[in-house]
Design a protein around this ligand. Structure first.
Ligand code: UT7
Length: 323
């Protein structure tokens, strides 16, 4: 049994934050942001909305694209670091909005690597015969946890959601394999201290409520981690970089993507990049990019697709897909 992706969808908020708008809030410049990150603008969710709202819209679009009704789904997985609330899960919120009952729904927490962890989880459930049709959403609304006085983080992150429908098939198509990693000793590289059981909300001062990132330290380990995941996965699958038709990387920083291309000796033209429009949307970045790449006809029948991500945890990984 193979796990074939049969539909994709995305939901990106309308509200655009340009680099020029951020220049008015912090000591930064369009020139610094573009040259250091590749980002020109990012999107921000409305204050009365939450992750499950974006997730639900992306899920509906992916189901429509797959030609399925919600009641044909067996399992809902939501990869997110920004759930609507600590509990219940955002996956349960999405299930409720889709009008479904009696199917399991749960969240995965691997932050920016969440979508790759989700693909590997869905693939294992399908290949073991437990479920046949899985809805996987990657969603994050990190602008709700950003200090717009901190120039080292506020220029980076944006909001969005992307979804895929994955179905069991006997065809030779779908997820070939995934490779996942984590290093919890570096938990403090990117973290959000407040609101959990260590510093509950009632004890949180404003500062603990915001995302903290050791950007430069993360940058260095990110490039090494992505390369490790890709090289190991390709070796395991007996596939070489020249066999890969398109790479859909997590959109964290254009310089990370360029460094990876140099290390793998892989052409930048075959790497899908949309960071200039949305910034880093965490778990949503790969499914949003994937949906756009399909709509732009960048992916054709039989193509080998490589997806790869790195993020808080630390977590990182890669997935190979035959389209
Ligand atoms: O998605 C999850 C994984 N996350 C990542 O992979 C993030 C990886 N890290 C990065 O993308 C980069 O490290 C950043 C874009 C976050 C920062 O770029 P950098 O080239 O590593 O800059 P830096 O942190 O080394 O800072 C260089 C300088 C510093 O000034 P001084 O100390 O040299 O005077 C910063 O204070 O740039 C300054 N700086 C800024 N200047 C203008 C930091 N942020 C800004 C800013 N505008 N927004």
């Amino acid at each position: 049994m193979q796990s074939q992706i049969i539909g994709t969808g995305a939901c990106i908020p309308d509200n655009i934050i340009t680099n020029e708008a951020l220049e008015k809030l912090v000591d930064t410049s369009d020139e610094w942001i573009v040259s250091r990150t590749g980002i020109r603008e990012r999107r921000r969710i409305n204050s009365n909305e939450a992750s499950s709202d974006l997730a639900y819209t992306s899920a509906k679009r992916a189901l429509k694209n797959a030609g399925l009704k919600p009641d044909q789904v067996d399992l809902i997985l939501v990869a997110t670091a920004t759930p609507d609330m600590l509990f219940p899960s955002t996956a349960c919120m999405v299930q409720g909005k889709l009008g479904l009952k009696n199917i399991p729904a749960f969240d995965l927490s691997a932050v920016c690597t969440g979508f790759i962890y989700g693909l590997a989880t869905a693939d294992a459930f399908i290949k073991s015969g437990v479920y046949k049709t899985i809805l996987l959403v990657g969603v994050d609304t990190l602008t709700k946890f950003i200090d717009y006085k901190d120039r080292t983080t506020c220029v980076i992150f944006g909001d969005g959601a992307g979804a895929v429908v994955i179905k069991a098939t006997k065809e030779k198509k779908g997820i070939i394999a995934s490779k996942l990693y984590a290093d919890g000793s570096k938990w403090d590289y990117i973290h959000l201290p407040g609101g959990g059981s260590r510093i509950p909300s009632y004890k949180s001062d404003r500062n603990t409520y915001y995302l903290k990132m050791k950007g430069n330290d993360t940058f260095k380990v990110a490039v090494r981690g992505l390369e490790q995941a890709i090289v190991t996965l390709l070796k395991q699958c007996c596939i070489s970089t020249s066999d890969i038709d398109i790479v859909i990387p997590h959109q964290a920083n254009i310089r990370i993507i360029e460094a990876l291309a140099r290390k793998l000796d892989y052409p930048m033209e075959k790497i899908f990049v949309n960071i200039q429009k949305y910034g880093n949307t965490s778990a949503a970045s790969i499914p949003i990019a994937f949906d756009e790449a399909i709509k732009e006809n960048r992916i054709k029948d039989g193509d080998i697709i490589l997806m790869t991500a790195f993020g808080s945890g630390l977590t990182w990984g890669a997935s190979l897909i035959r389209w």
